[in-house]
Design a protein around this ligand. Structure first.
Ligand code: NAD
Ligand code: UDP
Ligand code: UDP
Length: 341
């Protein structure tokens, strides 16, 4: 495939017809949908850092300008306020499609909007990829495995998902998005990549997004009890954001379609996570038990053999290393909030 840059050059030295040397010997124009969000903004940092041009598309539902503000003024960076549910015309080489609220509290807030974002938003980005010949990467989720009956989860597992539950707008939405990606690939020859992301944490998460790591960290810093839902024996595996970003880029640059699990296999019960947060922030923090939410998966842990083998990728940052980096960011933002009040 030819890149946008090459197509411009073949039409004569136009406005963008400069040959620049990026990491792969050529500069790319890359769209990141949801690029003002938590994961997206870290991905944007990496892509701009290696010399590519980035267009962020975001409707700011859960994203914030503050996450990308440090790139304002960079001529290789553009920020477009746009909802992916509506079509858009652009000329690009690669599309990282992240737009979609990720925290259960956010995606259940307007479930119809969530499923529209997953289905219509993904359809539009695939239509765009088809028109311009761009490579398309979908950020799917471990939630496609539902409340898994296989542990740890391999990519070959088809999942155990409630199609009519409160989480369905998200997990069935992402399952449909995967189906769309594969159908555009088989039917229209679009180059697609599918990542199934497991719970990820790090700086720039929304402080009050209701996810467990952000909740525990904010609660410990505000000297509030850590809210453990249910008996706290359910498990999750927590990945630091820089590991995820490395995995997404490795997947985009590689020849394999996926799906690939991208997650850290270190598995913790919520009670164990609360202990790590206490050790990191405040050993005197207390725990308060609250009722759990509907259809909460009992356990979750990625089998990452496939990504290790085919992408030569594996996470490097343990929970005990990653958590303090997130705490520094949360502490600063919570103090700023306090000053504004
Ligand atoms: P986030 O909520 O911080 O970021 C999502 C971004 O998408 C936000 O900037 C939001 O404003 C934007 N957005 C939402 N709906 C949109 C729409 N209709 N049009 C345009 N922009 C829209 O979440 P995140 O944690 O950064 O997640 C990014 C992606 O990764 C999501 O697709 C999510 O499903 C996936 N994922 C994340 C995790 C995780 O643990 N963080 C786990 C699995 C999958
Ligand atoms: N689309 C878009 N940008 C483009 C090309 C397509 O947003 O550059 C949208 C288009 O409006 C449509 C969707 O992507 O809603 C799927 O496009 P496709 O061409 O596959 O289907 P069709 O338009 O034939 O229904
Ligand atoms: N959870 C918790 N306390 C909280 C928030 C969440 O114990 O304050 C639990 C939740 O019930 C689930 C796990 O933590 O079992 C992970 O929830 P999260 O919303 O972070 O992500 P999920 O993996 O469910 O999408």
């Amino acid at each position: 495939t030819t890149t946008f840059e090459q197509r411009v050059l073949s039409n004569g030295p136009g406005k963008t017809g400069r040959v620049m040397v990026g990491i792969r010997g050529k500069r790319l124009r890359i769209v990141v949908t949801g690029g003002a969000g938590f994961v997206g903004s870290h991905l944007v940092d990496k892509l701009l850092g290696r010399g590519d041009s980035v267009i962020v598309i975001d409707n700011f539902f859960t994203g914030r300008k503050e996450n990308v503000m440090h790139h304002f003024g960079n001529p290789r960076f553009e920020l477009i306020r746009h909802d992916v549910v509506d079509p858009i015309l652009l000329e690009v080489d690669q599309i990282y499609h992240l737009a979609c609220p990720a925290s259960p509290v956010h995606y259940k807030y307007n479930p119809i909007k969530t499923i529209k974002t997953n289905v219509m938003g993904t359809l539009n980005m695939l239509g765009l990829a088809k028109r311009v010949g761009a490579r398309f990467l979908l950020t799917s989720t471990s939630e496609v495995y539902g409340d898994p009956l296989e542990h740890p989860q391999k990519e070959t597992y088809w999942g155990n998902v409630n199609p009519i539950g409160e989480r369905s707008c998200y997990d069935e939405g992402k399952r449909t998005a995967e189906t769309l990606a594969m159908d555009y690939h088989r039917g229209d020859g679009v180059e697609v990549r599918i990542a199934r992301i497991f719970n990820t944490y790090g700086p720039r998460m929304c402080i009050d997004d209701g996810r467990v790591v952000s909740n525990f960290v904010a609660q410990a810093l505000r000297r509030l009890p850590l809210t453990v839902y249910g008996d706290g024996k359910q498990t999750r595996s927590f990945q630091y954001v820089s590991d995820l970003v490395d995995g997404l880029v490795a997947l985009m640059e590689n020849e394999h379609i996926g799906p690939f699990n991208l997650g850290n296999p270190g598995e913790f019960t919520m009670l164990e996570l609360a202990e790590v947060v206490k050790e990191t922030i405040d050993s005197s923090a207390t725990i308060e038990f609250k009722p759990n939410t509907a259809d909460d998966p009992h356990m979750r842990k990625p089998d990452i053999t496939k990504a290790k083998h085919l992408l030569n990728w594996e996470p490097k940052v343990s929970l005990r290393e990653g958590l303090p980096r997130m705490v520094t960011d949360f502490q600063k933002r919570i103090e700023e909030e306090g000053r504004k009040r």
